[in-house]
Design a protein around this ligand. Structure first.
Ligand code: HEC
Length: 115
């Protein structure tokens, strides 16, 4: 039982590790090389991997950088692939933190005092 819970907890991390570029931290979904090439020149790719947004909001972020931060224009096809990648790899997630672990499943550090 304990093992099953541990396994379930670790699986998401294992999955991320397998599909992530070690140099940039980008998830290796289709189009990731475009984002590596175009999106790491001014700031760390971590700025991207920490962000969550829907496709329209990703577009808004790109437009904001283009109008205020000297980000270059993309050919429509390139921009579309970048947006597909961003929206699929870093989508909005309402619940980014797991639920708290129930008290009865927490390690018994102070025997007798908590329950
Ligand atoms: C020409 C420079 C430049 C390039 C290239 C660039 N950015 Fe940015 N970006 C900035 C600046 C400047 C900021 C704001 C300062 C900061 O956060 O470092 C920023 C901020 C961001 C943010 C944070 C926005 C927020 O609301 O906090 C995200 C997300 C982002 N960039 C994504 C991207 C993506 C995706 C690409 C590739 C399509 C990209 N950036 C390419 C200059 C650039």
């Amino acid at each position: 039982m304990r093992c099953a819970i541990l396994l379930l907890c670790c699986l998401p991390f294992a999955a991320v590790g397998a599909d992530t570029d070690t140099a940039t931290g980008l998830i290796k979904n289709p189009g990731w090389e475009l984002v590596r090439a175009h999106c790491g020149g001014c700031h760390s790719h971590a700025v991207i991997t920490q962000q969550r947004a829907d496709r329209q909001t990703w577009l808004n972020i790109i437009r904001w950088m283009q109008s205020t931060q000297n980000l270059w224009q993309f050919p429509a096809d390139t921009e579309s692939q970048i947006l597909d990648y961003l929206a699929a790899s870093y989508p909005l997630q309402p619940h980014r933190r797991r639920a708290p672990i129930p008290v009865n499943l927490m390690p018994d550090t102070k025997k007798g005092s908590q329950k």
